[in-house]
Design a protein around this ligand. Structure first.
Ligand code: GLU
Length: 515
């Protein structure tokens, strides 16, 4: 949060108004904003940081700016099997790259930390205990096998899925005995059997969701970790979040959240559920269709200002010709009262147009050059890529041809690119499409893990590694003669490699289909 702003600093009992310039988090926990507005972005580090996260984060950031409030980052990593430190770092890097700086977060701390849920396990327990002790939540001993049978029976009977309440009726003595005997169990919340949960949403207006459609949500897992719902509510309360702005996919969870707040005797924050970003055909933005990771757009040379400008236009009303806006201008025009439910279309052509305008109209030639150099050096793409070329050239002028793919936004794959391979188009397609699907399984993206996965894929396909790699050289670099494959893939990054393999699969599919 750069720039000048008024803040109130509390010294014990007195309040002083100061004019402050500089990063907010440099000050201590005694700081209060003038408005008391506190919003957060709460990503789960389970994958490449998504442009949808930047979109929600930008909304919250602008909301905080508009109200002189605080924008906080909280990492929601209660899903220990899917959350990784690498993805968490990437989320932080991506949001910083976007220019969305937070004043409290796992990297900088703050008065309500820790800001990583996996470090707050013990914080949640008293809240769960209160709900159990007051009869608003219950221990459930159903085994995964029993739950699966129950779901199967519900499917067969055409009933909606949901817990059937078997453990709801256990006697207190039996529950005690089973807990004392160390029997694994979860804690579920009780849900009213009649009526509807009515609430106001800042985007959707008045909403009514019948309780019969709400499941008896697990709050505490067998390993003692809270679920998303429990941790999210407790943390929003403890972190004094005043407004929860998130994607519309969470609207159906609001009844559970409101009920948890009620059971705990707490005041819920105000809710705003933003329409999801969609593809042109209105389908959900998904990496299978279009690149969705922020790192893909930064790798291709979009300016963060242009991406924020593009996303920010979904939150403001402007006339034609006024599209080019800085973050400050977006914050000025930002109008959370006037949001549409119409859905934000991720129109890459519009992003290209805005990015081009930013490059041409907003940067001096020195800034332009500076941006190019910063961009080319990201993740060591240029420097490390060029080093890899040392043993493969006879004069420096061969470098653009050999290493240019490290920076190219598109390597121009055509059927001719694959023509010189020893493998047939069918076999090449099999290799490229298998690798495309399996790359998602790699948790940490580096030379060793890529090599290990490609070796495993070769074994599975019953092929030698040296048969599997040439099609990948072409898919990734557009050329049969290129830099070492595993290193190149590691430097390019998962999102760029994913997109190149996808394009290669399309080209190869058309070749096989045309036969
Ligand atoms: N961890 C959730 C997510 O990644 C946050 C949802 C919320 O903001 O409550 O979408």
């Amino acid at each position: 949060m750069a720039g000048n702003r008024f803040i109130a600093i509390e010294f014990e009992t007195r309040c002083h108004w100061l004019f402050f310039s500089g990063p907010l988090h440099a000050l201590t926990s005694k700081i209060m904003t003038t408005s008391g507005v506190r919003v957060r972005i709460a990503p789960s580090p389970t994958g490449e940081p998504h442009v949808g996260t930047a979109y929600i984060a930008l909304f919250n950031y602008l909301f905080a700016k508009k109200h002189g409030g605080e924008f906080i980052l909280r990492i929601e990593d209660t899903d220990a099997t899917r959350s990784t430190a690498e993805f968490e770092q990437k989320v932080l890097d991506a949001l910083k790259w976007c220019g969305l700086e937070w004043s409290e977060g796992p990297d900088i701390g703050g008065p309500y930390g820790p800001y990583r849920q996996s470090e707050r396990k013990e914080t949640y327990r008293p809240f769960v205990d209160k709900m159990v002790n007051e009869g608003n939540a219950f221990r459930c001993f159903c085994t995964p096998e029993r739950l699966e049978q129950m779901r199967e029976a519900q499917r067969a009977a055409g009933k909606p899925p949901g817990y059937d309440g078997l453990c709801l009726h256990l006697k207190a003595e039996e529950v005690e005995a089973r807990v004392a005997a160390g029997e694994p169990h979860v804690v579920r919340m009780k849900i009213p059997t009649e009526g509807a949960c009515e609430f106001h949403d800042g985007v959707y207006g008045d909403v009514s969701i019948p309780w019969e459609s709400v499941d008896m949500q697990v709050l505490l897992k067998a390993d003692g970790m809270p679920t998303y719902h429990m941790a999210n509510v407790v943390d929003d309360h403890l972190m004094k979040i005043t407004h929860v702005a998130r994607g519309e996919e969470w609207l159906a969870s609001v009844p559970k959240h409101i009920l948890i707040y009620k059971y705990l005797g707490l005041e819920p924050p105000k809710f705003m559920h933003l329409s999801l970003m969609r593809n042109h055909d209105k389908s959900k933005l998904s990496k299978r269709k279009n690149p969705t990771s922020i790192s893909y757009y930064s790798a291709l040379g979009y300016l963060p200002e242009a991406l924020m400008n593009f996303l920010g236009l979904f939150f403001i009303q402007i006339a034609e010709g006024e599209e080019l806006l800085t973050m400050e201008e977006l914050a000025e025009k930002f109008d959370p009262e006037n949001l549409s439910k119409a859905g934000a279309i991720f129109d890459v052509q519009k992003l290209d147009w805005l990015n081009g305008r930013w490059l041409r109209e907003k940067l001096t030639s020195e800034e332009f050059l500076d941006r190019i150099l910063t961009w080319a050096s990201e993740n060591g793409r240029l420097t490390e890529g060029l080093k890899l070329a040392q043993s493969r050239i006879s004069k420096l002028g061969e470098l653009p041809q050999l290493a240019g793919f490290m920076l190219a936004s598109d390597v121009g794959l055509t059927p001719a690119s694959f023509a010189g391979l020893k493998t047939s188009p069918e076999e090449t397609l099999e290799i490229v499409s298998t690798v495309q699907a399996d790359l998602e399984k790699i948790l940490e993206w580096n030379v060793e893990t890529i090599e290990a996965e490609l070796r495993a894929i070769s074994d599975r396909l019953g092929k030698k590694l040296r048969v599997v790699t040439p099609p990948l050289f072409v898919a990734v670099s557009g050329n049969q003669r290129s830099l070492p494959l595993f290193d190149s893939m590691a430097l390019l990054g998962r999102s760029v490699v994913r997109q190149r393999l996808k394009v290669a699969t399309q080209v190869l599919t058309s070749m096989v289909g045309a036969k």
